[in-house]
Design a protein around this ligand. Structure first.
Ligand SMILES: Cc1ncc(COP(=O)(O)O)c(C=O)c1O
Length: 419
């Protein structure tokens, strides 16, 4: 058969790209998955924030898929309500009542296609080109990319041990004529640093945002994954009924990212606008996925699964911390965070080390991570890396850190060797 090749580089009239289309930004993190898939040697990935390959409740999922196909296949395989599947919505509202003593009105909830769609919807509804958005430094690359793609002007403000530095925000903006419109924060087990915003800092942030008439976008995929320490209420709960906070959640980290189910809590009018916007994006979130999650929640399996994850991920975090201590702890210049939950820790190498230069050496040596600059819009944090401790298997963790050490040694030897 003579196939006609089709491999054209660009559209016929490239000047027809929109301004947004011209400057569209992706994510190094997501691209790392395809980069890793292209490797022909075995690599332990500490790069992408994935649940462990052994972390899915496969038997329970198979069982409920069977039940759904037996009892409501024709509904599960059709379009569904944009607001979300009724059972899942009820379960989410009940879970919120248990977690934060709030009886959230059903009109204040929408089910989304993962957390990313929640972030996209918030930016779509709030951001005009040039609006100032404050994000943490470092912050989640895809969240930063969303702001960028809606042409928001990002200012990243450093984190300290208690979360976003509100004092630094005040320094920057109290006297400025134009205030931020939105604070984009990941308050619990932050991606990438693992840091959790303290209760006091949460109140300070809410006070500051209100004083600027700014909104707060709370991105909270990890809040349910606390291994130790005291739980801190979400910004959404602390805001009470004031309407300052839009909270974006997802099942990606506590259940499955492939299933693409998340949700948003926000004032009724925001949700109504999100429903309208979602109708021109994807009509509804994957119904089968919603039904799986709804049933697992209703029968209590999801709760038990999250409890199991907390134990397993705590063990993995401890293994990584112990390995870092053994392999890097005796030398000055190396630091890392000790997260009380979530997926990541943040490691800093001595001044002058380039994480981006280290990356290909480490990859060739069989370990992958995300270099610090991926979590910035204006560069910097060049000697830092994000390490995901949940994805590698327990027996791979020390080996991954050993490979990181070897890569560091060989790349620093090369640096010293070069004039
Ligand atoms: C802080 C943060 N927000 C949002 C997301 C995206 O979630 P989802 O995969 O559900 O779209 C992630 C995933 O890594 C994340 O870490």
């Amino acid at each position: 058969l003579a196939l006609k090749p089709w491999n054209r580089e660009d559209i016929a009239f490239p000047e027809q790209y929109s301004r947004r289309g011209r400057q569209v930004m992706g994510s190094f993190i997501d691209s790392s998955l395809s980069l890793l898939a292209r490797q022909t040697h075995p690599v332990i990935s500490l790069a992408m924030g994935c649940p462990g390959p052994d972390a899915f409740p496969l038997d329970d999922i198979a069982r409920v898929v069977g039940e759904i196909m037996g009892r409501e296949a024709a509904v599960a395989l059709n379009y569904g309500p944009t607001e979300g599947d009724a059972l899942l919505r009820r379960q989410l509202l009940e879970a919120e009542a248990v977690a934060s003593d709030l009886e959230v009105n059903p009109d204040c909830l929408i089910v989304t296609s993962g957390g990313m769609q929640g972030l996209d919807l918030v930016n779509k509804l709030l951001i005009n080109p040039g609006d100032i958005v404050v994000a943490e430094l470092p912050s989640y690359s895809n969240g930063l990319a969303t702001v960028h793609n809606y042409e928001g002007r990002l200012t990243q403000i450093p984190l300290d041990a208690e979360g976003l530095s509100v004092a630094e925000c005040r320094n920057r903006f109290d006297k400025a004529a134009v205030k931020p419109k939105l604070f984009y924060v990941i308050p619990s087990f932050q991606n990438p640093s693992g840091i959790t915003m303290s209760l006091g800092r949460r109140h300070e942030l809410l006070d500051l945002a209100r004083s600027y008439r700014a909104m707060v976008l709370e991105d909270d995929p990890y809040g349910d994954l606390r291994f130790e320490g005291e739980s801190v209420p979400s910004l959404f709960a602390l805001d009470k009924e004031r309407g300052t906070v839009i909270s974006v959640r997802t099942f990606s980290k506590i259940f499955s990212p492939g299933i693409r189910v998340g949700w948003v809590l926000a004032p009724r009018n925001v949700i109504a606008k999100m429903v309208a916007a979602k109708q021109s994006m994807d009509t509804c979130t994957n119904i089968l996925g919603q039904k799986i999650v709804g049933r697992l929640m209703a029968e209590g399996t999801m709760r038990r699964h999250i409890l199991r994850l907390r134990q397993e991920y705590r063990l993995k975090r401890d293994l990584m911390l112990a390995s870092l201590d053994r392999r890097f702890g005796r030398e000055p210049g190396f630091t890392w965070t000790r997260p009380e939950g979530g997926f990541f820790l943040w490691m800093t190498f001595p001044e002058g080390v380039s994480a981006e230069a280290l990356f290909p050496v480490a990859l060739a040596g069989g370990v992958a991570f995300i270099p610090g600059p991926a979590f910035t819009v204006h560069g910097g944090l060049t000697n830092a890396v994000r390490l995901c401790f949940t994805y590698p298997l327990t027996h791979e963790i020390d080996e991954a850190i050993r490979r990181l050490r070897t890569a560091y040694q060989s790349s620093s030897a090369r640096r010293i060797g070069q004039p």
